[in-house]
Write a new protein. Structure first.
Length: 255
């Protein structure tokens, strides 16, 4: 049963208590008025009684985070991503971090997000914003990237108890089928390209054709590094493994 101690604390305020929804006695510091503290204790006990009887939902940890600034939480999210948010606990790549910041800022401006409480019930407005991007001719993959940025941020908040549930749950994906079809070069096209390209680029192109390495993975200073690797293998970007190649042209390139 709710009550108040007979004497105030050194600060002059009275300490009250009440029985919470779990049946445990909880103490709190009230006001300098014994009567006001008694009324507060009775009100708190009545609220917890209603929770115990099922008349109102139980308070959640996310309720304490409702008034946190979205800008503050976004900064925490980006700091986590740039530290360990990538695959296998690695940091985000610089380009991914830049795009994630850009997309989240776009959502803040578009939806007017000031606090985490503003994320409640945003699904209709998010879908409307994505349809606007679609009407402006943005590709399906671009639209999906915008949606994925906000969705990943919301999921991250849910996992840390900042949000009680995902406000984007139930959002349907957009079609990300490529609008242009890419193909590999034919043998004749490869031959003509190698015969007409600049001599200093021929080795790089031959390496690309033989290994399938990406542009970023080919960004090596060949005059410094090409003799460090055996002819049958080249290093893969951000990975200790190697990419086997057949008859690598470096094996026949003079120093």
């Amino acid at each position: 049963m709710a009550g108040v101690r007979k004497k105030p604390t050194k600060s002059g305020k009275y300490q009250g208590w009440f029985v919470d929804a779990a049946g445990k006695q909880r103490f709190f510091t009230g006001t300098r008025s014994k009567t006001a503290t008694q009324h507060l204790a009775e009100r708190l006990e009545d609220e917890h009684r209603q929770v115990r009887l099922g008349y109102r939902p139980a308070p959640q940890a996310a309720d304490k985070q409702r008034h946190r600034s979205v800008e503050e939480v976004k900064g925490e999210y980006v700091a986590w991503g740039e530290s360990q948010g990538g695959r296998k606990g690695k940091p985000w790549a610089a380009w991914h971090s830049h795009k994630r910041r850009t997309h989240l800022q776009w959502w803040q401006d578009r939806l007017g997000l000031a606090t985490l409480a503003d994320l409640a019930g945003i699904l209709p407005r998010v879908e409307e914003a994505l349809r606007d991007l679609q009407a402006k001719g943005r590709a399906g993959k671009t639209i999906a990237n915008y949606a994925e940025a906000l969705g990943a941020f919301c999921d991250w908040c849910v996992r840390r108890g900042y949000l009680a549930s995902d406000p984007l749950k139930g959002m349907a994906p957009f079609d990300t089928t490529p609008q242009t079809t890419r193909r590999a070069l034919s043998a004749d096209e490869i031959s003509r390209l190698l015969n007409t390209c600049a001599p200093h680029r021929k080795l790089l192109l031959e390496t690309a054709f033989l290994s399938g390495l990406r542009v970023g993975e080919l960004a090596l200073k060949w005059t410094k590094y090409r003799w460090l690797f055996p002819p049958s293998a080249l290093p893969r970007y951000r990975s200790p493994s190697t990419q086997p190649v057949a008859a690598h042209p470096a094996a026949r390139t003079p120093t």
